[in-house]
Write a protein that binds this ligand. Sequence first.
Ligand code: SDX
Length: 435
Amino acid sequence: MSTQKSAKITFSDGTPAMDLPIHQGTMGPDVIDIRKIYGATGKFTFDPGFLSTASCESKITYIDGDKGELLYRGYPIEQLAVHCDYLETCYLLLNGELPTQDQRTDFEQRVMRHTMVHEQMNRFFTGFRRDAHPMAVLVGCVGALSAFYHDSLDIQNPEHRFISAIRLLAKMPTLVAMAYKYHVGQPFMYPQNNLSYSANFMRMVFGTPCEEYQVNDVLVRALDRIMILHADHEQNASTSTVRLAGSSGANPFACIAAGIATLWGPAHGGANEACLFMLDDIQRQGGIEKIGNFISKVKDKDSGVKLMGFGHRVYKNYDPRAKLMRETCYEVLDELGLHDDPLFKLAMKLEQIALEDDYFVQRKLYPNVDYYSGIVQRALGFPTEMFTCVFALARTVGWIAQWGEMIAEPDQKIGRPRQLFTGSTPREVKPIAQR
Ligand code: SDX
């Protein structure tokens, strides 16, 4: 980053003015460096929700919300989704460059050699009710991985960080598939390492020991692309959680479990599940004819109803992933002979109506990655409660890349925000008889 410019901050309360350095990145907004403000003025800055705050310097993912642009290590998501597969994208996010053929082969072999989980992991599942939400199971089981790998928990050791990254990438598909199998009461399927990463995952989810699983290359490619679209996304809520957890020196498995917990929220990765429930609801109430009623409810602030899968903190234009997700959705439905899928038609009509409605236009609310994700995942055979688990699986590489970047930061410190305190001033405790 370069620092030629500065900002002057003056105070009306007599606090001496101060100059703050402005750092310029390679793309995107400049940042005002406020690190010395508290020491110089005794004042904190205030930015709940971090609407105007850059929490770190990063080289991994860049989003231009106004243009609707998303780059992983400088490569547009539209190109990666067409020319690469998910493992290549993982290599890129982790290493900063796309792999050569040899690097890709070596990386894939390393990952596919770690796909099994410790056999004792199976016992964690039986402690959950069968109808437990798979995300609850996933949070628990990923956190429990730290109980098995005492050989690689020194996060200052790059080799430990590397093997932990490989283990997490390799075991997430297995754990997500196990969470699903436990949920539906089917036996766990062991990984089959001669399959591709995504084919192996689909077989562990949809295959059974009773018959040979038939890999459908079109559907596998669609899932692989969906995972590319979800792989990383700058400093979103779950990534910020992983960074903050990692800043305390917590082990990578615990940090990723914290990221999964954060992603679960309906305002974040849980939106794909919430969006499908929303579409199902409208469909049950009459479908396309009832879109007007629904939109009226969304506009009524007191209703608390949101158009799930719409809006984004950064994108004030079309989320480029939503466009690619809609195309993938169409390909999958076409492959499965479901082009008349009523929910897909409903979703496209709802999108069209919303994009022409002033309420959404004025607030720059566009479809985000979660809007079509549920429809295509349902068509692939995933039950609604599994959607966010698939999102967590895909985002694991982004969390690991961002965590690794944070750990390698030369002046990395534990994250410890302050507050604006508006509670009680000091007071005396009275004996209970006098309260
Ligand atoms: C993801 O951060 C990331 O990068 C996340 C993610 C990733 O890859 O990691 O992209 C993945 O989480 C995508 C977002 C999925 N969430 C949803 O689809 C849930 C529905 N969306 C909203 O909850 C909301 O849009 C957020 C949470 C996504 C963004 O909220 P912001 O930035 O805090 O914006 P806001 O709530 O201040 O909204 C601004 C205005 C408000 O109206 P006014 O008070 O100005 O009148 O827009 C309204 C909001 O009420 N609004 C919506 C809306 N989203 C915002 N109104 C109706 N429906 C919506 N979906």
